[in-house]
Design a protein around this ligand. Structure first.
Ligand code: ZN
Length: 133
C-alpha cells in the first residue's frame, strides 16, 4: 500500500495543477453511515456554497479548515488513492438530492474516522513537500 502511494507521489504534477485547497465535508447516507466527501478548489467558500445549493436539502457538515497545498489536483488524487486502498471508496454514488453521480465519497468508518483523514492529508502534504524539496 505504501509503495503504491509512494509511486503516485513520485509522479510530477500535471500542467493544469497548481496551488489551492483540499476541502472535506461529511454527510449521513440512507443507511445511517457517515460519508466523507472531499475535493479541491482554489476558493473553498465558493465551492461550499455550490455544494450546499446543489445537494440541498442534504445536510453537509463542513470541516472548518481547508488545507492549502501547492498541487491541489495531485493531492486530491493521492487522498483518493489512499482511501481506495483502505477499501473506503464508495464508487459512483447516485445522489437522491441532485441526481448526479458523486464520485469522491468514502465510508468514514473504513477510513479510520475524521481525524485519521485530516492527519493523513497533512502527512501526505508534508511527505510531498520533502519529496519535491
Ligand atoms: Zn448531490
Amino acid at each position: 500500500m505504501d509503495q503504491m502511494l509512494s509511486a503516485a507521489m513520485a509522479q510530477p504534477p500535471t500542467q493544469a495543477d497548481g496551488g489551492g485547497f483540499i476541502y472535506v465535508y461529511f454527510l449521513k447516507d440512507l443507511h445511517g453511515r457517515w460519508i466523507v466527501k472531499k475535493g479541491e478548489s482554489t476558493w473553498p467558500p465558493r465551492r461550499k456554497k455550490e455544494w450546499d445549493r446543489q445537494c440541498a436539502p442534504q445536510r453537509h457538515i463542513w470541516f472548518e479548515y481547508a488545507l492549502w497545498v501547492p498541487w491541489r489536483k495531485k493531492m486530491e488524487g493521492l487522498l483518493h488513492l489512499w482511501a481506495t486502498l483502505n477499501g473506503a471508496w464508495l464508487g459512483y454514488v447516485l445522489c437522491r438530492y441532485c441526481g448526479v453521480h458523486h464520485r469522491e465519497q468514502f465510508d468514514l468508518g473504513r477510513c479510520g474516522g475524521m481525524w485519521t483523514i485530516i492527519r493523513t492529508a497533512m502527512a501526505l502534504v508534508f511527505k510531498q513537500l520533502i519529496w519535491s524539496g
